[in-house]
Design a protein around this ligand. Structure first.
Ligand SMILES: Nc1nc2c([nH]c(=O)n2[C@H]2C[C@H](O)[C@@H](COP(=O)(O)OP(=O)(O)OP(=O)(O)O)O2)c(=O)[nH]1
Length: 311
C-alpha cells in the first residue's frame, strides 16, 4: 500500500468571505499549483501544532484560534494524503509568502487563481455553504409571519433554506416551495427541498435534503444538485459520507420542542460523532445564531435552525 501522508491545512477566512490561498513554491512536488497553507504533520506533533508551525514557516502568522473542520482523503498517483482542515478566523500578524510563494485572497465561489490542487475542489464547494442554515416553520408560524421572517432573515444575510413542511398537500407544498425559492433568488440564497428530488428539479431549487430513511435507502447521490441529509448517529453520518453528500445535519444537540423525548447529544458527543468526516456538518437542535462560536469550537460547519432563526 502506498504511503499515507497526513497534513494539517488552514482555511484562513477573512470577514469579507475571502480565503487565503498560496502557490506551491519551486522545488516541491506540484510546484505552481495553488493550495491552502499547511503541510505535513511530523512524528510526535498534534495536527494543531503542525498547523501552527506550518503557518509560521510559510506565511509568518500565528492562528489565535483554529477549529477542526473537515478531513479529506485523496489519492495522488504516488501517494495518498489525509488532509485535516482547520478554520482560522483570527490570527496575529499579516500573512506574507516566506518561501517566495505567491499568496492570494479569493472568494471560494469565484477563485481567480489556477490550477488548484485537485484534492481541493470539493473543499471550495464546502466553503460556499453558509454557516447559518434555516429550516422553514410555516406549520407553527402561518404564512404572513413566516414570509415576513424569511424576508428579514434574507436581508440579514441568510443564504441557505430547507423547505420542510410535512403537513402540506403536494399542491400546497409546490406553491409554498416556489414562493420560498422566488424570495431567496432575489438575494442569491439557495433552497433545498426536504425529501422530494422531483419537486426540487421541477421548481428549480438548488437541491434536496434527505430525511434519514431516504438517506439510508438511496443508492446514489442525485446528480447535479446540492444534497444533504439528516443524521443522528455515526452510522448515518458515514452513509452520508459514502454517498458523497455535500453536508449533513446532526441532531439533536439540545432538547427541542419538536422532539421532547429524544435524549440530546450535547456538544462533546456532537464533536466526537463528526470527527474525521469529509463533509461539513451543521449542528441542529435548540440552537440559535448565538451558538455559532460554540458550534465551530466543536467542529461544526455552522448552526441549523428551525425556530432560532425566525425570531
Ligand atoms: N498544504 C497543503 N497540502 C495539500 C493541500 N491539498 C493537497 O492535496 N495537499 C497535499 C500536498 C502534499 O502532498 C500534502 C502536504 O504536504 P506539503 O508538501 O505541503 O508539506 P510540507 O510543506 O511539510 O512539505 P515538505 O517541505 O516536507 O516537502 O498534501 C492543501 O490545500 N494544502
Amino acid at each position: 500500500m502506498a504511503e499515507i501522508v497526513e497534513a494539517a491545512v488552514a482555511v484562513i477566512l477573512r470577514e469579507d468571505g475571502k480565503v487565503l490561498l498560496g502557490q506551491r513554491p519551486e522545488g516541491k512536488p506540484w510546484s505552481g499549483w495553488w493550495e491552502f497553507p499547511g503541510g505535513k504533520i511530523e512524528a510526535g506533533e498534534t495536527p494543531f501544532h503542525a498547523l501552527q508551525r506550518e503557518l509560521q514557516e510559510e506565511i509568518g502568522i500565528e492562528a489565535e484560534v483554529a477549529h477542526p473542520w473537515i478531513t479529506r482523503v485523496f489519492s495522488y498517483p504516488d501517494r495518498t494524503v489525509k488532509l485535516r482542515f482547520f478554520t482560522v478566523r483570527r490570527w496575529h500578524r499579516e500573512p506574507h509568502g516566506k518561501e517566495n510563494q505567491q499568496l492570494s485572497w479569493e472568494l471560494p465561489a469565484a477563485v481567480n487563481v489556477s490550477p488548484m490542487l485537485p484534492a481541493n475542489t470539493p473543499v471550495l464547494d464546502a466553503l460556499q455553504l453558509p454557516t447559518a442554515y434555516a429550516i422553514t416553520n410555516l406549520a407553527e408560524m402561518g404564512e404572513a409571519a413566516f414570509f415576513a421572517a424569511l424576508d428579514h432573515a434574507l436581508e440579514q444575510g441568510l443564504r441557505l433554506v430547507q423547505v420542510r413542511e410535512k403537513q402540506l398537500s403536494s399542491d400546497e407544498l409546490e406553491r409554498f416551495s416556489r414562493e420560498v425559492v422566488r424570495r431567496c433568488a432575489v438575494v442569491g440564497a439557495r433552497v433545498v427541498i426536504n425529501g422530494d428530488i422531483e419537486l426540487a428539479r421541477k421548481i428549480g431549487a438548488a437541491g434536496v435534503h434527505l430525511p434519514t430513511a431516504q438517506l439510508m435507502s438511496l443508492e446514489a447521490k442525485p446528480e447535479g444538485m446540492l444534497c444533504g441529509a439528516s443524521c443522528h448517529n455515526r452510522e448515518e453520518l458515514e452513509r452520508a459520507s459514502e454517498l458523497g453528500l455535500d453536508y449533513a445535519l446532526l441532531a439533536s444537540v439540545n432538547a427541542t420542542k419538536t422532539h421532547p423525548d429524544t435524549q440530546p447529544l450535547g456538544w462533546d458527543r456532537f464533536a466526537e460523532l463528526i470527527r474525521e468526516l469529509p463533509m461539513p456538518v451543521y449542528a441542529l437542535g435548540g440552537l440559535a445564531k448565538s451558538d455559532m462560536d460554540t458550534a465551530w469550537e466543536h467542529g461544526a460547519h455552522g448552526v441549523a435552525m428551525l425556530r432560532g432563526i425566525w425570531r
